[in-house]
Design a protein around this ligand. Structure first.
Ligand code: NI
Length: 404
């Protein structure tokens, strides 16, 4: 249990009474991880749990494996609706934990805590369906494929917001470097955009003893790698943020020490918060790749793909979510100016369509390992708090009775 005196609210107490069941549910998901758009069992378990909770409607197969639950409040005068989102997918990595609920599938692991996010939203479904102490509609969105599959976009493209119109949408992610009981948010950029780029360099292969007869793509790659470092240091305004990382290179054959290959390939990622910085990096990188190659007698091509946009909270909803968090854990446990992360998140697609906020819920503390570590596990201690936070967002955004 969390050692936090502020957790006296009715909503928290009620959810804490279900802590054991939520933990069992979470650990079952953990033991059965599924990749993006393959969350069949997970979606079935969620659907089953939602029906037991007594929600009004359950819709499955939205954005392939996504599930949506609708819960109507005791009143429906406001005409308002609030969306809450959890992600369900796991990662293609090997788990190195040895507790009894470790992954039962080799090479698959809930290494990012989406099992916990799903369990917390199921907890909120149970609470909201039992109490219905709000005036409007709660739309609970269980999303597939957050880890690189843009499952949020798949649900939106499948008519999510037309079928379930909402006024605002909220999501949260566990955060190992924040202590349990802490909640972080900010009124703007929470996470960066994630772009993937591939550079293909064409030279002319030949005998390494006679390089003058070749055009060496490995040398060209070396110059491109070095020159790409100038984008962030010389082109991006120092008051803006950006990352350009070259993460893989392939050329030649390690067994062929005397052969200059014909082609070299580089793969990397760019991370930014602002559209204009993103545009500039794409444009500059393209020109740099072509001209460096040209200067060395080769040709090179940039294939630049924008994967996830930046996750930008809307100020009003971020302020509101911070207030709701403070009502549960106390103002001193809420960080309202959380420093953004250069990581990315596909909840960004939902925030491009709707006002809303993305929060971080503390789960770690000293010695805990970070997300995507092979020894990571979601901290079950925070299940009731996360569920209470989701529930309270609905209750306070659409109060059944005017609040004092
Ligand atoms: Ni994640």
């Amino acid at each position: 249990m969390l050692a936090n005196e502020a957790l006296r609210s009715g909503v928290y107490q009620r959810l804490a009474a279900w802590h054991g069941e939520l933990t069992a549910f979470r650990r079952d998901l953990h033991a059965h991880p599924e990749l993006g758009f393959e969350e069949k069992r997970t979606a079935e378990r969620v659907t089953e749990a939602l029906r037991v909770c007594g929600v009004d409607e359950v819709h499955s197969g939205i954005g392939k494996t996504g599930v949506v639950a609708v819960i109507r409040g005791a009143k429906a005068k406001s005409g308002r609706a609030i969306g809450l989102r959890a992600d369900m997918d796991a990662l293609p990595m090997r788990e190195e934990n040895d507790f009894s609920w470790r992954s039962s599938k080799p090479g698959l692991m809930h290494g990012c805590g989406h099992d916990g996010h799903t369990a917390m939203l199921v907890g909120a479904a149970r609470y909201l369906a039992q109490t219905r102490d709000f005036d409007g509609t709660a739309v609970l969105i269980f999303q597939p494929g957050e880890e690189g599959y843009a499952g949020a976009k798949a649900m939106i493209d499948d008519g999510l917001f037309e079928r379930f119109p909402i006024d605002a949408v909220y999501a949260m992610h566990n955060w190992p470097s924040l202590a349990p009981g802490m909640i972080g948010v900010n009124p703007g950029a929470m996470m960066a955009s994630a772009d993937r780029f591939e550079i293909t360099i064409q030279g002319r292969g030949g005998h390494a003893a006679h390089p003058y007869l070749t055009i060496d793509p490995v040398l060209v790659a070396g110059h491109i790698i070095t020159a790409a470092q100038s984008l962030v240091s010389r082109n991006v305004n120092p008051l803006d943020s950006a990352v350009v990382s070259l993460c893989a290179m392939q050329a030649g054959d390690l067994g062929a020490f005397s052969v200059i290959p014909r082609q070299a390939q580089l793969i990397g990622t760019a991370r930014t918060f602002k559209r204009e910085v993103q545009d500039m990096i794409e444009e500059r990188l393209g020109r740099l790749v072509e001209s460096v190659a040209l200067g060395l007698g080769a040709t090179a091509r940039l294939d630049y793909r924008r994967m996830y946009p930046a996750t930008i909270n809307t100020p009003r909803e971020a302020q509101f979510a911070g207030d709701v968090a403070a009502s549960l854990v106390g103002e001193d446990k809420v960080i309202r100016d959380l420093i953004p992360s250069m990581g990315a998140e596909d909840f960004s697609f939902m925030l491009q369509s709707k006002p809303g906020a993305y929060l971080r819920i503390g789960q770690g503390g000293e010695g805990g390992c970070f997300l995507h570590s092979s020894r990571y596990d979601f901290n079950d201690d925070i299940l009731p708090l996360g569920a209470a936070l989701m529930s309270s967002l609905v209750e306070r955004a659409m109060p059944a009775a005017p609040r004092r």
